[in-house]
Design a binder for this molecule. Structure first.
Ligand SMILES: [Fe+2]
Length: 288
């Protein structure tokens, strides 16, 4: 069983125009727009869909207001999809739609799904060294891929949710802060985390979605461009301690926050998960 990455995230949004404008300014390419909402595609082929909260085609929300209504995970092969259907249908409703996508819920009630994907990495390679090539400052961000999503959970459910993803879906534990939550990675992914399950707020809601950009400078340029367009930062730019990535988060009218990130730790199966009794802190440094 191999889950590769977050594939498609669908929002239900109270202010559809603001939600769409946010992702346009964020640097995503809009590939379809209509009265129902808009679809955005990243260079990786991952997609973000923005719909109205009242859209009857969406799974029910776990919280009021704008939020993520479904996260679809990409898997490697049809047999993986079949194995997931067999495993998950033991204790929950699992529906396979006309496109072959599985739909179900995690223990917190967040709608999740699975589909077979053929990831392509076009445009996602690191830039070559600047031999005979003067530095070219990006004017704004152009996210390459979705790296991770984070759900907040009640304290009571946090462990059960993390164990669902680990024991039922094959996610691996990267790090665990007892006072914050779990950092997990899909079994086909190498980022420090593709999923966070954080109980420290003792509240069930969507946390954030993180978009990888090509460089530290692109994080800064992207954030500056967002601020110049009137979007409100949720954090200062900085470098996380757990995961080590450069980050800059913004309040997302589609729900939770959106994060630009770059230079996250990469792990393989020799990694020994760390357990922090006390979270080591948000960041090595933040700017300002
Ligand atoms: Fe993040």
């Amino acid at each position: 069983m191999t889950i590769l990455r977050v594939e498609t995230v669908t929002h239900g949004v109270e202010d559809l125009d603001a939600g769409i404008r946010f992702y346009e300014d964020w640097g995503l390419d809009c590939v379809h727009r209509g009265a129902h909402g808009a679809d955005f595609a990243l260079l990786s082929g991952q997609t973000v869909c923005v719909r109205a909260t009242r859209d009857a085609s969406l799974p029910p929300p776990v919280e009021s207001g704008s939020t993520v209504r479904e996260a679809i995970w990409g898997v490697d092969f049809v047999p993986t999809l079949d194995a997931l259907a067999d495993e998950l249908s033991k204790d929950r409703d699992v529906r396979r739609d006309a496109d072959g996508v599985l739909h179900t819920q995690d223990p917190n009630g967040f709608a999740i799904g699975f589909r077979v994907v053929r990831p392509h990495t076009e445009g996602a390679a690191l830039p070559p060294e600047r031999l005979n090539r003067p530095f070219d400052m990006p004017a704004r961000a152009r996210p390459k891929r979705i790296g991770h999503i984070v759900y907040f959970s009640s304290r009571a459910n946090e462990r059960a949710v993390a164990e669902f993803y680990m024991q039922r879906l094959g996610f691996r534990l990267t790090d665990h802060s007892l006072d914050l939550g779990y950092f997990l990675r899909a079994d086909g992914a190498r980022d420090h985390h593709t999923l966070g399950v954080f109980g420290f707020l003792d509240r069930t809601c969507f946390g954030h979605m993180a978009f990888e950009v090509g460089s530290f400078d692109e994080v800064m340029a992207g954030g500056a461009a967002m601020q110049s367009r009137g979007w409100q930062a949720a954090t200062k730019p900085g470098r996380h301690i757990v995961g080590s990535n450069i980050f800059w988060n913004f309040k997302n009218p589609n729900g939770g926050q959106a994060e630009y990130f770059n230079d996250m730790d990469v792990m393989d199966d020799t990694w020994q998960p760390r357990v922090f009794e006390k979270h080591p802190g948000l960041a090595y440094w933040t700017l300002g």
